[in-house]
Design a protein around this ligand. Structure first.
Ligand code: 7TS
Length: 430
């Protein structure tokens, strides 16, 4: 479980005092963008599964870094380089601790986003460890970033790729998972929380099944780490990828957690500066973890700002974040299901559902719903297949509307979404 065990705790007292009892009003005050208007209406931002807004603590950290500390890291003996290196290194430790990595520094690789993390595993582990006829098991509810890298790997290695069935209620068919496993299964790649259905999968159980067959357990936690306490040791993840921009951090920075013993044995993914300990023209030796997997000048400001985002989340408390979102999704399901013609997708049980509310209004194109919500009411939602086309089509759909919540959203915003949807229905006479 994540607690306030991180080393920065004492620095956060002021922020903790401020937020204390999960005061949404105060939290909203930290997000400058929430004060702006859209088409003359106050912004109601409900597209958090795509990306979240940034608190001033994160924005200020970026500004402070470039104003006070900017330098390249791990190469300069001068003061700025040492300051930047310390800040960037400490960010790794903070992120590792945030997901309870056993070796917070060595097991935390900074990458661009969850997509890059999953591609890293497919390329740097998959291409060196799979043989023809080996099997990869994924699920029907994956984001494209946890499907396409495995399709490429399958083609290259002559492997088989199987997808676990998703039931009508939006949950994973665990019996089907068991049936699809065999002695040739080398990778089980599964989403922790679905960005389309909101389903929170029983990852601990899935990890146990994967390990029973000697397979690696790869977790796409892009929609989980930002929203609930996540513990890589408890769920038994061998690799776990997530994106900073979905958890109050900047774009262009994310994390791949990997078990130290696996990362040590692996080939590098990208090659160049900083990932080597020695280069001769005849060959090279690799740097220690995690730098072996961070070739070239990294996103230094991004890593440091992501640490500021994690400090912010730690101060809120991830249990409180989850409790807040659970209340919002419960309220959202209850409120929208009262509107005639609204169909909601995914599990209705909020114990196994994240803050993702996917729905359609009968007879109205989702793109029309979103356009009217934006232009008339200042409400931002997403429509389309949400980069999860297979599961969208499995439900017989081409596109859906999706309102997704985060730390700063309120029940009042859900009420406003509901009343605006009723007006959208009136406009289209449905
Ligand atoms: N996995 C899941 C479950 C996701 O929801 C996303 C992004 C990704 C992976 C990829 O993250 P990225 O940061 O590498 O792009 N999901 C969405 C979404 O639902 N709307 O926009 C992006």
């Amino acid at each position: 479980m994540i607690s306030e065990r991180n080393s920065t705790r004492h620095c956060m007292t002021r922020l903790e005092d401020k937020i204390n009892m999960y005061d949404v009003k105060k939290i909203r005050g930290d997000f400058p963008i929430l004060k702006r208007t859209v088409h003359g209406k106050p912004l109601v931002y409900l597209d958090n599964a795509a990306t979240t807004q940034k608190p001033k603590q994160v924005i200020d950290t970026i500004s402070d870094y470039y104003t006070q500390h900017n330098a390249n890291i791990h190469r300069g003996l001068h003061t700025l380089s040492q300051e930047a290196s310390d800040m960037y290194d400490n960010a790794h430790v903070l992120l590792g601790k945030f997901v309870n990595a056993r070796y917070p520094m060595e097991e935390t690789i900074f990458i661009r986003n969850a997509t890059e993390g999953l591609n890293l595993v497919a390329n740097a582990w998959g291409r060196y460890n799979l043989k023809e006829g080996d099997e990869i098991v994924s699920t029907e509810m994956e984001h494209h970033s946890n499907i396409v890298p495995w399709q490429l790997l399958k083609e290259e290695m002559g492997a088989k790729l199987k997808f676990v069935n998703v039931r009508e209620d939006g949950t994973l068919d665990m019996e089907d998972l068991r049936k699809k496993m065999c002695s040739r299964t080398k990778i089980v790649a599964c989403v922790y929380a679905s960005n389309m259905l909101g389903t929170i999968n029983p990852v601990k159980e899935i990890g146990k099944i994967a390990h029973k067959y000697g397979a690696l357990f790869v977790v796409d936690a892009a929609q989980a780490v930002p929203h609930m306490p996540v513990d890589v040791q408890e769920i038994g993840a061998d690799f776990m990828a997530f994106s900073g921009h979905k958890m109050l951090g900047p774009t262009g920075i994310g994390v791949l957690y990997g078990k130290k013993e696996l990362l040590e044995k692996m080939h590098p993914y990208m090659a160049g500066g900083d990932m080597i300990s020695e280069v001769k023209l005849e060959g090279s030796k690799w740097n220690i973890l995690p730098w072996k997997f961070e070739a070239g000048t990294p996103n230094i400001a991004g890593g440091i700002a992501l640490a500021a985002a994690v400090e912010y989340l730690n101060a809120l408390g991830m249990k409180n974040v989850r409790a807040h979102e659970k209340e919002l999704i419960g309220y959202g399901i209850e409120t929208l299901s009262k509107i005639a013609g609204v169909e909601i997708y995914g599990p209705l049980n909020t114990d196994i559902r994240g803050g993702v509310l996917t729905f359609n209004i009968k007879g109205i194109d989702p793109a029309d719903v979103a356009a009217v919500l934006d232009s008339e009411y200042g409400i931002a939602i997403r429509t389309g297949h949400h980069c999860a086309q297979p599961i969208t089509e499995k439900f017989g759909l081409k596109s859906t509307c999706r309102a997704s919540f985060y730390v700063y959203n309120t029940k009042e915003e859900i009420d406003f979404l509901a009343s605006s949807l009723k007006k959208v229905k009136d406009i289209f006479r449905k």
